[in-house]
Design a binder for this molecule. Structure first.
Ligand SMILES: [Zn+2]
Length: 247
């Protein structure tokens, strides 16, 4: 019964102070964001795994930027859903709150979440390939493609973790620390089969945290989850929040 699982989730969260949420593409998909990662993602007939790579960018930066312009254009039209909003509200309820995401669309921040750990980077940031300078740029479309660094004139790239690249070390470390330290880990909208998702869940579970999974589909981490909420996060997280508020 889903009601029992909602109650179990609220009971785990009720006394907790250190809570971590880890979100994936499913949360964005509920807002209508096209998910390119994963099976069968195509852009102009080309597998995304061939567009979102450092090699593709070196070969043809304009081509890769056109893909990201399409994603930025699409991301501008979507809005946070009740899952994003519920998670944003919990940052003020739990003193030790950490939100880590695999999503790059900025919807958690649009819902009001602060200090989001973006494991795969962000769609609204660019980074100079020559000097490494980061900056935020929400202009759609960008006036010049590829954009150029104002400091050194180098070509700028999306500040996104591409296929074959390492995750940003400081972000991953912060997420691992939070996973080790949390009392409750919410895993939302990710099948958790790929690194680092699986690793974070294992860290939290082996450190004794209660793992709550919220996902419409059965996932690879179900055996590590203490509570499984099978369904859309935009529907189930507000119900957990309502139960939590009433208890
Ligand atoms: Zn530069």
């Amino acid at each position: 019964m889903i009601e029992d699982s909602i109650l179990a989730a609220a009971r785990a969260l009720g006394p907790a102070s250190r809570v971590m949420a880890f979100t994936g593409a499913g949360v964005s998909a509920e807002s209508g964001v096209a998910t390119f990662r994963g099976a069968g993602g195509l852009w102009e007939g080309q597998p995304v795994e061939e567009v979102a790579t450092p090699e593709a960018f070196r070969k043809d930066p304009l081509h890769v930027w056109r893909f990201y312009e399409a994603r930025r254009t699409q991301a501008r039209t979507v809005r946070p859903n009740p899952a994003h909003e519920t998670l944003a509200s919990w940052q003020d309820r739990f003193p030790g709150w950490t939100l880590a995401t695999q999503n790059v669309d900025g919807l958690h921040q649009a819902a009001g979440s602060r200090n989001v750990l973006e494991l795969h980077g962000g769609l609204w940031r660019v980074r100079c390939c020559a000097c490494g300078r980061h900056r935020e740029d929400r202009t759609v479309p960008l006036p010049e493609l590829p954009p150029r660094c104002a400091a050194c004139g180098g070509i700028e790239r999306p500040d996104i973790v591409w296929f074959g690249e390492m995750l940003p070390r400081d972000v991953l470390e912060a997420a691992s620390l939070a996973a080790r330290d949390c009392q409750v880990l919410l895993v939302v909208g990710t099948s958790a089969v790929v690194y680092p998702a699986a690793g974070l869940v294992e860290i939290a579970a082996s450190a004794g945290a209660t793992v709550i999974e919220v996902n419409p589909q059965a996932s690879a981490l179900a055996h590590l989850a203490d509570v499984v909420l099978r369904g859309p996060a935009g529907e189930l997280l507000p119900r957990v929040a309502a139960t939590l508020a009433a208890s």
